[in-house]
Design a protein around this ligand. Structure first.
Ligand SMILES: C[S@@+](CC[C@H](N)C(=O)[O-])C[C@H]1O[C@@H](n2cnc3c(N)ncnc32)[C@H](O)[C@@H]1O
Length: 232
């Protein structure tokens, strides 16, 4: 059976096999997250890191920061892992996980200073916009695993998604857009190299510290949180 990555779907509408696979998947991610090293001064995250082109180079340039790259595509992460091993990096982890599931499994000892979302899947058709990663609920939840003053760096070659992301950030209230803020570091990701043009957005967390009690799936209702209760 194909292991599902979509998280947060209504559990009463799925088959037992699907549900068991989701639970197993969640337990795996929970275990991997529990083994992440504590005690680094700064943690940075890339969501949808693909082949790890950007993050491996970023980690090498910032040895004092601990970097985590997550993606749902195992093959891409394998290539990312090989890159960081070749470079001998000790300050990076690659995790195969869907974004919300990862954020939910993250231990309280880790809060992010910088989050990068580079060329997320654009879901260009209007009826598919609900599948876009950046939504107001997602931004609220993301803020709860970030330090006060944390920064989000978002980049896309889809102008409609750029507007959608700006609206989602404005709607969340936990972030404020910083139109004049420059990126701390630049390296073209694989998708950036392919893009003819792109738009960037920077947002600063303005909400107080504190983990959210709810978890949301892009475009769906807010399900009951199981946060901090460990695996099922
Ligand atoms: C268009 S690619 C961009 C990859 C890379 N950031 C770049 O710029 O080259 C989008 C990536 O996001 C991953 N992805 C899509 N939805 C995701 C989700 N919900 N959680 C984690 N990763 C996701 C995909 O597997 C894919 O590798």
């Amino acid at each position: 059976m194909k292991v599902p990555y979509a998280y947060g779907s209504s559990m009463d509408r799925v088959s037992k096999g699907f549900r068991d696979a989701l639970i197993e998947r969640r337990e795996d991610v929970f275990r991997v997250c529990r083994d992440l090293p504590a005690g680094w001064g700064k943690y940075d995250l890339e969501i949808g890191c693909g082949h790890g082109h950007f993050l491996a180079a970023y980690a090498e340039a910032h040895p004092e920061r601990y970097c985590i790259g997550i993606d749902i595509a195992g093959g891409r992460l394998e290539r990312a892992r090989r890159k960081s091993e070749r470079a001998g990096l000790k300050n990076i982890a690659w995790i195969r996980a869907e974004a919300l599931l990862f954020l939910e499994c993250l231990p309280e000892t880790i809060s992010f200073s910088r989050v990068f979302i580079l060329f997320p899947d654009p879901w260009p058709k209007k009826r598919h916009h609900k599948h876009r990663l950046v939504q107001t609920g997602f931004m609220d939840f993301l803020s709860s695993v970030c330090r006060p003053g944390a920064t989000l760096y978002f980049r896309t070659d889809n102008s409609d998604y750029a507007k959608h992301a700006g609206d989602a950030i404005a709607g969340s209230g936990a972030w404020e857009e910083r139109p004049t803020e420059v990126w701390p570091w630049e390296r073209a990701s694989v998708f950036q190299e392919l893009a003819e043009e792109y738009q960037s957005l920077v947002a600063r967390k303005c909400a107080p510290q504190g983990r959210a009690e709810v978890c949301v799936r892009p475009g769906s209702q807010i399900p009951q949180s199981r946060r901090r209760q460990g695996p099922f």
